[in-house]
Design a binder for this molecule. Sequence first.
Ligand SMILES: Cc1cc2nc3c(=O)[nH]c(=O)nc-3n(C[C@H](O)[C@H](O)[C@H](O)COP(=O)(O)OP(=O)(O)OC[C@H]3O[C@@H](n4cnc5c(N)ncnc54)[C@H](O)[C@@H]3O)c2cc1C
Length: 381
Amino acid sequence: MDMMMTESQLTLRDAVRKFAEAELLPRYMHWDRSGEWLPKSFTDKLVEMGLLRLRMPEKLGGQGFSFVDCGIVCEEIGRCDPQIRYLISSAVHISEMSSEMHPDLQEEWLPRIANGEIMALAFTEPGGGTDAANIRTKASRDGDFFVINGEKTSVSFTGVASVIFVSARTGGPGPWGLSFFMVPADTPGIRTSNYERMGQRLTRGGSIFFDDVRVPARNMIGKENKGFVWAMTIIGYNRNFVALACIGAAQKSIDETAAYMKTREVLGQAVSKWQGAAHALAAEQTKLQAARLLCYNALALVDRGLRHDPESSMAKWYGVKVANEAIETCMRLHGHYGWSKDFPFEQRLRDCLGMESADGPREVHLGIISRDIFGKEFAPF
Ligand SMILES: Cc1cc2nc3c(=O)[nH]c(=O)nc-3n(C[C@H](O)[C@H](O)[C@H](O)COP(=O)(O)OP(=O)(O)OC[C@H]3O[C@@H](n4cnc5c(N)ncnc54)[C@H](O)[C@@H]3O)c2cc1C
């Protein structure tokens, strides 16, 4: 990617890398082991670095960063803690939504998210997440309000988010009966329960129950019954951020493993001198570089306002897959040390394996790519 980066992108990459090495890496295992939530003193550091304002309006300190720039930030953050990427994404999402938000909502929520509060995205339901168009949560109109009833699950930041961006049925079946709402997490009628995840422990998965939750009609984002395509479009770019955070974690693993292999001796010579071991790392580095280019290519399309669904699906499917493969290889090349909890590989693997499902499982992305190849009539879906 270096060859394609502008001078300002290289400066951005180096600044974020330095910040992540100093502030994120030393705490990465701590969040996982302790279960502690991010203290304000920590989120303040992200705020000071400008990482939650990348695409915010200018009056809130936004600097007009491109999607490719945001991808660079996600990759660098992912090197040291792929979970923190969620906060970056959350701030980009609300920035992208702002043009569809009532001015009162903009005024309240944009500064709050830019200052370190969290927005959860609640789409998945107990009946399934892949079929996001056929959800059961309902929002019924009552004068100037909507009343929301239903259950969402597997929602990251359950219990710690300040506001929830939730999908609900306001019309008939299918995608054209869906609308999207911003619901403050302390609205009466909202209950949450968390459950243990294998990884991504910092981001706290859980269920959110909506029992007669009344929200003003102005909290609807986008148009009634027309929210689906718009919401999926703005969230489509996120697939690249997800993949890049995992690619960052894998790249860090490769860098650490290369250093280790030069100093660890086996049968009288450095592990790196054994061709089988060196080639294993070389192959992972090659796949990772290919995945990285897929992501930045898709994000460049987003920046140009062009269609990018097959390209983003290629990036998500391939990027997450090869990142996990690379981390596993690095763990293996560290021998028994790699398997221990003193090294970060097991946590990186747990954290990045979850990204196989988040933002759509691989079958969905291969389906989107198939549709591009065969056309809708002959594709699996
Ligand atoms: C770490 C993590 C964070 C998450 N964060 C959020 C969040 O913040 N908000 C939120 O709403 N959700 C979140 N999710 C949920 C995620 O969006 C869902 O897991 C995802 O949409 C898939 O839904 P599901 O798990 O219900 O699987 P299902 O829809 O039940 O699918 C099960 C399996 O069936 C297969 N499958 C599905 N569709 C097809 C198909 N068309 N063809 C062939 N096979 C198929 C796949 O192997 C899939 O894994 C998160 C998940 C994880 C793991």
